[in-house]
Design a protein around this ligand. Structure first.
Ligand SMILES: CC(C)(COP(=O)(O)OP(=O)(O)OC[C@H]1O[C@@H](n2cnc3c(N)ncnc32)[C@H](O)[C@@H]1OP(=O)(O)O)[C@@H](O)C(=O)NCCC(=O)NCCS
Length: 182
């Protein structure tokens, strides 16, 4: 099977991305649709929204993974900014899990300077407090729980118990990233 490619999120991926995320992002479909529009107009330009696409036998593309993140703080110029990035969602189609797609998508956000010149101060996210497998997934990729439990973070019908922890990733002192021209 051909290895799916991780590419910037674009409008043509929106409907498939919506199906993939509808079980993962605890927001109503209308809000999810708005969030994907923001990702197309804003986050993808900053290298913070990517999809993994698999080319099918008929040459059509199937979206099999997605990461959505956004910039929370910035200074005036992209070249000098020190960014705080929040990961809204990361999801990989069940059939394609375990093939490093989740890791590759996450790396796109952890090293966004590869695509846009952002200098990252911190990347953080929420994860269900009871999901040890997911917590381990992020731990192995350098994220550390900040110790607090955010009570009732998720809608109850979505995640039980509905509490979250925050996990944070910071670049090591030795991380060097050469910004490319925008
Ligand atoms: C978490 C997730 C994105 C990982 O994607 P992936 O492509 O399977 O990940 P990779 O192949 O890069 O890494 C595999 C690792 O993930 C772990 N993993 C596999 N399925 C998993 C799952 N359902 N939940 C958490 N971790 C999982 C494996 O144990 C493996 O661990 P390893 O690092 O010891 O090898 C994917 O499992 C997923 O979409 N889960 C459902 C949605 C979700 O929970 N998203 C995160 C919150 S927004």
């Amino acid at each position: 099977m051909e290895n799916p490619a991780c590419i910037p999120f674009e409008r043509q991926h929106k409907e498939q991305a919506k199906s993939l995320l509808s079980g993962v992002l605890p927001v109503p479909l209308v809000r999810l649709s708005q969030r994907l529009e923001e990702a197309i107009d804003r986050d993808a330009r900053l290298g913070l929204a990517h999809v993994a696409v698999y080319r099918q036998a008929d040459q059509s593309e199937r979206v099999v993974g997605i990461i959505l993140a956004h910039l929370e703080t910035t200074t005036t110029s992209l070249e000098t900014c020190c960014a705080m990035i929040y990961v809204d969602a990361l999801a990989v189609d069940g059939v394609f899990q375990g093939q490093r797609l989740g890791t590759r998508l996450l790396e796109r956000v952890l090293v966004p300077s590869l695509s846009n010149g952002l200098r990252v101060r911190e990347v953080y996210l929420h994860t269900p407090c009871h999901d040890n497998e997911l917590i381990m997934f992020y731990r192995k990729r350098g994220f550390v729980p900040d110790g607090d439990v955010v009570e009732n973070y998720y809608p109850r019908r979505w995640v039980r118990p509905p509490h979250a922890i925050v996990m944070r990733w910071r670049p090591s002192e030795t991380t060097t990233a050469t910004p490319r021209a925008l």
